[in-house]
Design a protein around this ligand. Structure first.
Ligand code: C5P
Ligand code: MG
Length: 289
């Protein structure tokens, strides 16, 4: 059906169910489809040539906009909290307050750096952020087929938008829910806007945006892409859901986390730096193949 599903990076708990869901989504057609995707380490690469690629936060952490002293503090936070984020022996309940602590401390440090809005684009341009191989086809195809794409990220909205703008794929069918920066009248970062989105409150984030999901209520088939178990809640605001096909990128601590990913996601992509599988699936569902 979909040749990409035979790649060696693809794992499925129940291939028969995936096949059924794909057939049902294809039957319903592209006018009933919406795509909801995480950003960092889902649409962007986890690694390139053996080196880790940056998240939205890391783009700033590593940039010239941050003092050496602050860089060291942000690195300490990353070294402390990232291992907790990916620790499969700790429960979500245990991790949640620690994740809030990480985001809050990092945002406080960023605000202290008096970052200027007009310096974000150069910081992104000079960064090593990379969208996954095949991203152009992914974004362009959804645009051509008039399928809405919601990017739901616990990263930084202003940075994320700049990444997709510079890549030439910030099409009108793309909408972003994320943490946005609040700049003062002279264009200096003074705070972050609205309620914080971290990896474990995407459900609350989704439920705050009922209007968006109401507008898309006729699109009852969802393709969800994520890399964290928290991403599974990105579609919690969708009304009248028929099918939800969940694709999970398993990038790090692969062996330890594989059982929980196989259990939670319909398709698990192990150390796969491409958009091949989502692209193959989209061609199939939208009847182009
Ligand atoms: O777009 P997404 O929801 O994946 O963004 C969240 C990611 O940002 C997390 O997986 C986390 O590792 C990363 N992060 C970071 N620095 C912070 C906070 C989060 O790199 N200060
Ligand atoms: Mg992510």
């Amino acid at each position: 059906m979909i040749p990409e599903l035979s790649k060696s990076s693809v794992f499925m708990r129940d291939p028969g169910r995936v096949e059924q869901m794909l057939a049902s989504m294809r039957n319903a057609g592209s006018s009933t489809l919406q795509v909801i995707s995480d950003f960092d380490m889902t649409l962007t690469r986890f690694a390139y040539n053996g080196k880790r690629c940056p998240t939205c936060h890391n783009i700033l952490d590593n940039s010239e906009l941050i003092s050496e002293d602050c860089k060291a503090k942000l690195q300490d936070l990353l070294d402390t909290y990232y291992p907790i984020e990916i620790d499969s022996t700790r429960s979500v309940e245990e991790k949640l307050p620690l994740m809030v602590e990480w985001w809050t401390k990092a945002h406080e440090l960023l605000v202290q750096q008096k970052i200027r809005k007009d310096n974000l684009a150069p910081a992104v341009r000079e960064s090593e952020a990379m969208l996954r191989e095949g991203y152009q086809q992914f974004f362009d195809n959804l645009h051509q087929m008039c399928v809405p794409l919601l990017i739901f990220s616990a990263g930084i909205g202003d940075v994320l938008e700049e990444v997709i703008r510079q890549a030439g794929v910030f099409h009108p069918n793309v909408k972003v829910f994320s943490n946005y920066m609040d700049f003062d009248e002279s264009g200096v970062l003074q705070a972050f806007k609205g309620q914080l989105i971290h990896i474990y409150n995407k459900r609350e984030g989704a439920l705050l945006n009922t209007e968006h999901f109401h507008e898309l209520r006729s699109r009852s088939n969802v393709l969800l892409l994520g890399d964290s178990l928290g991403d599974l809640h990105m579609a919690d605001g969708v009304t009248d859901m028929q099918n939800i096909l969940k694709i999970g990128y398993l990038n790090d601590k692969v062996e330890e986390r594989k059982p929980s990913y196989l259990n939670a996601y319909d398709i698990v992509l192990e150390k796969d730096e491409t958009m091949d599988v989502p692209n193959g699936i989209l061609l199939y569902i939208t009847g182009q193949k």
